[in-house]
Design a protein around this ligand. Structure first.
Ligand code: DGL
Length: 262
């Protein structure tokens, strides 16, 4: 089986890492679309265009059987169009882990950190509205403009980044938030800094494991046996911090810069 996975940059590697742990005997092609990052501050139309260009690239060059949108922002703007346009392709999207957060909170106060585009999208609003009818909780939703860039450029612990995080997280601390949804696949890379700024025990939930499980179940549904080694091929459309890539995923085979025209 051949699986394409993409994100605007390093964030989707947190999903890829979970996939590598659970899905065996597949070829994984990962595209970091860093030339067009960050997605979260672009319009839904621009994000959709990038998603379509990348899907076409994966289908024509790598003949993928499955696509993982390792990005909350692109899922929000593009998954319904993709499902409509490519009915034969297995597609897995990424959504903020709001359901487990609402189930697990003890204080009834849940933080949601995501990109501006994800929080503004209908998909997130529908999810939040539906889930809050199951169990009423107080949601502290925070769009973190600039956080993806700070992660990509290794500037998470500068005084400016820390001050920005303090501004975003202080209301959550005061409101008794005990569970925070990391609603952008980049944010697990900032887990320790987020925990440090919160200054209290807090559950940080990401979507990696759920995505890997969903992918495995779709692949098994079409006859995949889940045995043997997987191979990882990484591509980027622009600059990327290679040292950080190696830290997140030491087992990749190659990392090549390519052009994916929209
Ligand atoms: N990592 C992506 C997400 O999950 C996109 C971040 C961005 O490029 O703004 O939303």
């Amino acid at each position: 089986m051949r699986v394409g996975v993409f994100d605007s940059g390093l964030g989707g590697l947190t999903i890829l890492r979970a996939i590598v742990e659970q899905v065996h005997g597949v070829e994984l092609f990962y595209l970091a679309d860093t030339r067009y990052a960050p997605y979260g501050e672009k319009s839904p139309h621009e994000i959709l265009q990038r998603t379509l260009a990348i899907t076409e690239y994966f289908l024509s060059i790598h003949q993928i059987d499955a696509l993982v949108i390792a990005c909350n922002t692109a899922t929000s703007s593009a998954i319904s169009t993709l499902r409509h346009r490519y009915p034969q392709l297995l597609i897995v999207g990424t959504e903020p882990a709001l359901k487990p957060a609402i189930e697990q909170t003890h204080t009834g106060a849940v933080g949601v950190l995501a990109t501006p585009a994800t929080l503004q999208g209908d998909k997130y609003q529908t999810l939040a509205d539906t889930l809050s009818t199951h169990r009423p909780v107080t949601l502290y939703e925070q769009a973190c403009a600039g956080l993806v860039e700070a992660i990509e450029t290794n500037r998470l612990t500068t005084p400016q980044s820390l001050a920005r995080l303090e501004g975003w997280l202080a209301p959550m601390r005061v409101g008794g938030v005990d569970t925070i949804v990391l609603g952008c696949t980049h944010y697990p890379l900032a887990k320790s800094v987020i925990a440090q700024v919160m200054q209290r025990e807090v559950r940080l939930l990401d979507s990696g494991e759920a995505i890997a499980k969903r992918l495995l179940s779709l692949l098994e549904g079409v006859g995949h046996h889940n045995r043997g080694e997987s191979r990882l091929y990484l591509y980027t459309t622009g600059k990327i911090d290679r040292a950080m890539v190696s830290r997140i995923l030491p087992s990749y085979v190659s990392l090549e810069e390519i052009v994916v025209e929209g």
